[in-house]
Design a protein around this ligand. Sequence first.
Ligand SMILES: C[S@@+](CC[C@H](N)C(=O)[O-])C[C@H]1O[C@@H](n2cnc3c(N)ncnc32)[C@H](O)[C@@H]1O
Length: 187
Amino acid sequence: MLPGILQQTHQWVAERLPPGGIAVDATLGNGHDIRFLADHVGDAGRVFGFDIQEEAVRRSRLRLEKESLDGRVTLFHDSHEKIKFHLYNRSILHIDAVMFNLGYLPHGDKTITTQTDTTLDAMRQAVDMLNPGGILTAVLYTGHPGGREEAEQVLAWMKQLDTDYQTVQYQVLNREHAPILTAVCKG
Ligand SMILES: C[S@@+](CC[C@H](N)C(=O)[O-])C[C@H]1O[C@@H](n2cnc3c(N)ncnc32)[C@H](O)[C@@H]1O
């Protein structure tokens, strides 16, 4: 039995994010990924989360508070291309893991989606901040307006990264618009 999409990216991250590590959720949404990251890094870890929608920040905060994980997390109601700005301001220059789950907020406004230019800007910054052994994961969707173009551009960018990085792609083949899972591993 294949793991679900979320579980698969969580498995990849779990292999490379150490306890006490530093992680980023670049697209908070409903807070599933940041809950996983906060739980995984433990008491000594730090996690940062971004979303442009107040509602996503609110839902994520509630999820974290419910499990008393909010103490190790900082949430930004801001766009992910401000990642360096916000983390450098807190003297965080390197990270161990960063997760992107693109598209729109499920059970929210489907017209508010990630955009190719800002997504790529944020991913470039995030990869630049990765520690050796670190990982970026991205779930790409092709079923909404602009989604296919964004997915193609992200894949094209990943393909041209130099061989200090290993990039992988994983997708269920016999389902239309199945999400595309990708990862960039440093070293
Ligand atoms: C598919 S959801 C993320 C799912 C989420 N990681 C989870 O675990 O539930 C995509 C999210 O990206 C957010 N988003 C769109 N553009 C963004 C941007 N420029 N910066 C940060 N978040 C953005 C949307 O508001 C939406 O909440």
